[in-house]
Design a protein around this ligand. Structure first.
Ligand code: SF4
Ligand code: SF4
Length: 358
């Protein structure tokens, strides 16, 4: 078994659509990045969701540059669609949305906080939904529920078991922060016991409630941010251990090594982050600001003029990612000559260990 992480580079023509179909949620996680002032608070109707899915569905044309990409295997396979909220299972038509997206040949993932409203498991078949993803931020209630709310661990793990038993391919997202990084190693036996297929480790973004002076939505100032040494000492080892236990692992690269090429996904990949108010971002770090490159207006995708995120993507700086430098500079360390010790990679660049790969 090869446990060496592979960097998953950006592939021309690959399209990932992150679609927030509503922003409402039954939980109030301390690190929630949903910002209704910027993202809207409405729930999109089934008819609107279908229209918007048509805009982003399989096509051999890059949506913003208009360039034709006939040869892309990603386009031949279809496009990845990640249905998000808020809590997407609060949408009463989620199962119809999934079926419609499948008819457009999307590879479909639903990211849920674990509550699975509207009997999702009964209304959707495992062959219609490619991945059902659950968010859990600790291996036990004492850790998870401090971040995500009382009783959440119990509901989430119970529904993971149900989903696995019903034949769904289950993945799990663990958002690593200063508050739970020490408990990441304990996730591996839990994932194994639950029957989770894929483990996404992600780093907390200083957006929404975890931004604003690194305080959470309750004003608690305990820092969320993790220093490079801590990340590098913990995350790769846990990822390797999970893979050794047969779990497919994906985690962000975060720090580029000397000589590694920096690429901004905003320039070389097709990622779209859609919100219910019609804003469409190309970079998740920009989502707290009205600098979205695109908007959906009257059912059409419109490119915004002026100082929008796409202008920032073109800036080249020694620190790597421009938006990271502007929005969360605390995670960059400099030597005595003012040279950054690490360049920060694009937040969308991932490491992957697939225990089933050759
Ligand atoms: S489940 Fe997601 S949307 Fe809901 S509060 Fe938590 S982070 Fe925010
Ligand atoms: S995270 Fe940085 S590098 Fe990645 S798309 Fe955004 S600005 Fe570009």
């Amino acid at each position: 078994m090869n446990l060496q992480p592979k960097t998953v580079g950006f592939k021309a023509g690959e399209r990932n659509v992150f679609f927030h179909i509503l922003t409402g949620c039954n939980l109030a996680c301390k690190h929630c990045y949903i910002n209704t002032e910027q993202h809207g608070s409405n729930m999109l109707s089934l008819a609107t969701i279908k229209r918007w899915l048509n805009l982003f569905s399989r096509s051999n044309t890059h949506l913003t540059t208009g360039k034709v990409q006939r040869e892309s295997p990603a386009i031949q396979r279809g496009t990845n669609l990640i249905l998000l909220g808020g809590e997407p299972t609060m949408h009463p038509n989620l199962s119809e949305i999934i079926s419609y997206a499948k008819s457009l040949q999307f590879t479909v993932t639903v990211d849920s906080n674990g509550y699975l409203f509207h009997d999702l498991l009964d209304k959707t078949r495992p062959d219609q939904l490619d991945y059902l993803s659950f968010s859990l931020d600790g291996p036990e209630p004492e850790i998870n529920d401090l971040i995500r709310g009382e009783g959440v661990f119990q509901v989430c793990t119970k529904n993971i078991r149900k989903a696995v038993a019903a034949g769904f391919t289950v993945s799990l997202i663990y958002t690593v922060s200063n508050r739970n990084i020490d408990h990441l190693p304990e996730m591996v036996p839990l994932l194994k016991e639950l029957g989770v297929f894929k483990f996404f480790i992600q780093v907390v973004g200083l957006r929404g409630h975890s931004a604003a002076g690194d305080r959470d939505r309750n004003g608690d100032s305990k820092a969320w941010q993790i220093m490079p040494e801590r990340w590098l000492n913990v995350v790769p080892q846990v990822a390797a251990n999970a893979a050794q236990n047969g779990i497919h692992v994906v985690y962000p690269k975060v720090y580029l090594k000397k000589g590694e090429r920096f690429e901004c996904a905003g320039l070389v990949a097709e990622n779209y982050f859609i919100f219910p108010n019609g804003r469409v971002y190309r970079c998740p770090l920009c989502e707290d600001h009205p600098i979205n490159e695109l908007n959906i207006v009257d059912g059409r995708l419109i490119k915004n003029e002026g100082l929008m995120e796409d202008k920032f993507f073109q800036l080249s700086i020694p620190e790597g990612c421009v938006m990271n430098k502007l929005l969360q500079p605390g995670n960059i360390q400099y030597d005595q000559n003012g040279i950054p010790q690490h360049r920060i990679s694009c937040c969308l660049l991932k490491h992957e260990i697939d225990p089933d790969a050759d």
